[in-house]
Design a protein around this ligand. Structure first.
Ligand SMILES: Nc1ncnc2c1ncn2[C@@H]1O[C@H](COP(=O)(O)OP(=O)(O)OP(=O)(O)O)[C@@H](O)[C@H]1O
Length: 263
């Protein structure tokens, strides 16, 4: 298995503070990682390095075998896709859901009278179907609910056929039904051997989809645990990560966590 991502002693320093602090981490092809950590831990900063949009202040980052800083990022970027709420702000609200996904195939955010190939349109429809968005193809992106918007963004991220898919808090802001629907769909994607390697940032162990193989826990920019979910997603590690006593339970292919009652 080759490395999709390899960070060696990576630090990202702003205003004299290390937002990411000497992180060494490698993601192999086919792995699905969940990044867990409290607010401000550096999760999004790490994801921004993986997406090639942020260069480390120190250390080396290899993404899909290319060294960040030693390769033209414009060659690398089409191979990595990010589905996050930051992208939603860049997409025209008046565009339809189908157009929103289709434009990704052309490296654009808005339609510009391109002649879309039927094959691209078929792929866009198929990804939207996979994310349960078939009934929304002609709806304006700006009129979608939070959950519908998130599912559209994931379909859009898959449209470029990336080798690495980055998901920034895909279930944040969703109601229970929306979360469970998304977790099931991400679980199906995670188990698809043809799907890209995946890294997902989340605050909640309940949001880790079945089929996710590894977990990285960070706190104050430092890695506390990294490895297979079965061995690393423990009460001890999670308590250390979030700074209070937590009990992790594993039921079926899902996880839950609860704080211990105050004595
Ligand atoms: N450009 C910047 N300059 C200075 N500090 C920054 C900058 N960007 C982020 N930070 C700080 O870096 C820390 C890590 O931010 P980051 O967004 O990576 O955390 P996070 O783990 O994703 O947090 P959250 O769970 O709240 O989204 C935060 O304290 C944030 O305020």
């Amino acid at each position: 298995m080759s490395d999709v991502l390899e960070l060696v002693d990576v630090s990202v320093v702003r205003d004299g503070r290390a937002l990411v602090d000497e992180v060494s981490w490698s993601v192999k092809e086919g792995e699905r990682w969940a990044i867990l950590g409290p607010n401000g831990a550096g999760k999004t900063t790490l994801l921004n390095v993986a997406s090639t949009y942020l260069f480390p202040t120190r250390g080396t980052a290899h993404i899909l075998g290319e060294r960040l800083g030693g390769v033209d990022v414009f060659d690398l970027r089409p191979r990595v896709s990010m589905a996050g709420i930051a992208m939603a702000d860049k997409l025209p609200k008046s565009q339809t859901v189908l157009e929103t996904v289709l434009t990704a195939a052309y490296g654009m955010t808005a339609t510009w009278q391109e002649d879309y190939e039927t094959v691209d349109e078929d792929r866009a429809r198929a990804f939207l179907d996979r994310l349960g968005m078939s009934d929304f193809l002609d709806r304006k992106f700006g009129t979608l609910s939070e959950g519908e918007r998130k599912r559209t963004l994931i379909a859009r991220a898959l449209m470029t056929d990336p080798e690495l898919l980055l998901l920034d808090e895909p279930a944040a802001g969703l109601d229970l039904g929306g979360r469970e629907d998304l977790v099931r769909r991400l679980g199906r994607l995670a188990r698809d051997p043809l799907a890209p390697s995946m890294i997902m940032v989340t605050h909640h162990v309940e949001e880790i989809p079945p089929g996710f193989t590894h977990v990285l826990m960070i706190r104050q920019g430092k890695v506390l645990a990294a490895g297979p979910v079965e061995t690393e997603l423990t009460s001890r590690n999670l308590s250390h990560c979030f700074g209070l006593p937590l009990v992790v339970e594993h039921r079926g292919d899902r996880y839950t966590a609860q704080g211990l009652p105050l004595s």
